[in-house]
Every structure is written in C-alpha cells, then in structure tokens.
Design a protein around this ligand. Structure first.
Ligand SMILES: [Zn+2]
Length: 105
C-alpha cells in the first residue's frame, strides 16, 4: 500500500498539539472540520514522503528526521492550529491557505 508518511507523521503528532491547545485555550474549537483543516494546512507546508507500507505501520525516527524532525513538524502544526482555531472555517467559503497567508502578514 502506498502511504504518504508526512501525513502519518502529522496525524501522529496532532494529538500532542491538541493537548497543548486545550491547556492554553479551553474554548478552542477542536471539531473534526477544524482539525482536518489544521492537518491539511500543515501538510501543505511539508514535503510529501511516499513509501510502500503495511497498514498500521508507524512513522520511524528516520522518516521524522527526513521531514525536518519532530520539533519542526510540531511547530508547523501548532502554527496552523493557532490560526485556524481562532478563525474556524465552518460555513465560510474561504481557502485555508489564503487565510494562513493573510494572518502571516
Ligand atoms: Zn471547529
């Protein structure tokens, strides 16, 4: 099976980011739409890392390093999360990457 390990890495690290956000802002929206937007936005900033795999495989240390290391990936997810959770897209027809770019200005 063909798998993008960048996607696996982001999904694997999302839980840590969600935990940090909950600590910082109890009112943050962490619904499925927002979390998928966060993952999508983070993934657009990471290079893809495709490999064949068995279902259930975990991301290896060397794959995390190939993507820039766990800390860097966490920071990318956190940046995406802080922007998206403060500006939930629910019902608003707007491209998330435009939103991220606007906020980065
Ligand atoms: Zn939401």
């Amino acid at each position: 099976m063909l798998v993008n390990y960048a996607e696996k890495a982001v999904i694997q690290l999302m839980a840590n980011v969600v935990e940090k956000i909950r600590e910082q802002d109890a009112g943050a929206c962490l619904c499925e739409i927002c979390l998928e937007d966060v993952a999508a936005s983070a993934l657009n900033k990471l290079p893809p890392l495709y490999a064949s795999s068995e279902p259930g495989d975990h991301v290896t240390e060397s794959q995390l390093n190939e993507l820039g290391g766990e800390q860097k990936i966490m920071a990318i997810i956190m940046n995406a999360a802080l922007i998206i959770i403060k500006n939930p897209r629910h019902g608003i027809d707007r491209d998330i990457d435009d939103l991220v770019r606007d906020k980065a200005k």
